[in-house]
Design a protein around this ligand. Structure first.
Ligand code: MN
Length: 319
């Protein structure tokens, strides 16, 4: 992967940066934000790292997570250059009403708009963390243990810890170097996958009980859902559902796993995961969402049954 000189050159030439990523941040958004923030600080830059939703508790192990602020009181964004990571529209970061000196986008998602004065988009990159890794190296900054843990976590989350089809030999080479720099794969895996609060596990059990299998002529779909009531009864929040959409994909003949979660009464967020047979990016775009071929999502309003039937209609067309 080659880092465009216009990105590295611009960063070298400027002093004030505002790093931000998408709402409901997961490992790639957070790890990319923190590691790039540390690298720019090491270069002596003035850096603000921001996420409107802060750091969810499951990522509290990330070193230097306290760098991420979620309040902008007293910060004049106009003096900063925006570095938008792991998303490519300011709305995704809840920054649509803020002004910036310049805006740069570093992302591996397909784009719908061409926001940004300088854009570096690599739809083939498994994680934004891989792009940030190469950027930090191009900037000549030494990768510290703190950066390595954040970047390794970023790449782990987006590759299902090196199991998804976006995992390449290059991904593993980057991961290997991060291990050499101090990231501990066993410890990070335990923090990511085996450190659940009991309530979260209870929510998973409740969700799995909602499993429905739907046979379309071309593919087999597994649908699960979580209602607001289920969150309430288990004392959990939206952040606890990270990775839940992958569970039903474990079933051998399931091609598409869909998790619907209620965010407000009759408002749903759908996360879809595939195994390569259906282009979920296309399915999601038809429903007003987006994503990658095997991991995409959309939002919908209406009753659960209504949302499901709209989804099934689109799946029938696209598979
Ligand atoms: Mn990502």
């Amino acid at each position: 992967m080659t880092v465009p000189e216009k990105i590295a050159g611009f960063i070298r030439s400027q002093d004030h940066f505002f790093i931000a990523s998408h709402i409901n941040p997961e490992g790639d958004a957070l790890g990319s934000t923190i590691s790039l923030c540390l690298a720019l600080k090491a270069m002596g830059k003035d850096v603000v790292a921001y996420n409107v939703d802060g750091v969810p508790y499951i990522y509290e192990f990330l070193p230097r997570r306290e760098l991420i602020i979620s309040e902008l009181d007293g910060i004049d964004t106009n003096k900063y250059n925006l570095l938008l990571l792991d998303c490519n529209e300011p709305e995704r970061a809840s920054l649509e009403n803020k002004g910036f000196k310049n805006s740069l986008v570093i992302d591996h998602h397909l784009t719908r708009k061409d926001f940004g004065d300088i854009r570096w988009i690599e739809p083939g990159a498994p994680a934004t963390g891989v792009m940030v890794y190469h950027l930090i190296k191009a900037l000549g900054v030494e990768i510290t243990k703190e950066m390595a843990v954040n970047l390794y976590t970023a790449i782990s989350i987006d590759t299902g810890t090196f199991r998804y089809d976006n995992t390449t030999s290059e991904t593993l080479r980057v991961a290997a170097e991060l291990i050499d720099r101090g990231a501990d794969p066993a410890e990070i895996a335990i923090r990511l996958y085996e450190s659940w609060r009991y309530n979260r596990f209870e929510l998973l059990v409740r969700m799995l009980k909602t499993l429905e299998m739907i046979d379309l002529s071309c593919c087999r779909v597994a649908i699960t859902h979580i209602t607001l009531n289920m969150f309430r009864e288990t004392g959990t929040t939206q952040a606890d559902t990270e990775n839940f959409s992958n569970f039903a994909r474990m079933i051998e003949d399931v091609d598409v796993s869909v998790m619907l979660r209620e965010t407000e009464p009759l408002k749903w967020k759908a996360s879809m995961r595939g195994k390569g047979r259906v282009n979920l990016a296309l399915v999601a775009s038809r429903l007003g969402g987006g994503g990658h071929k095997n991991a995409a999502g959309f939002k919908a309003e209406g009753s659960l049954e209504n949302v499901k039937s709209r989804l099934i209609e689109v799946l029938k067309k696209d598979c």
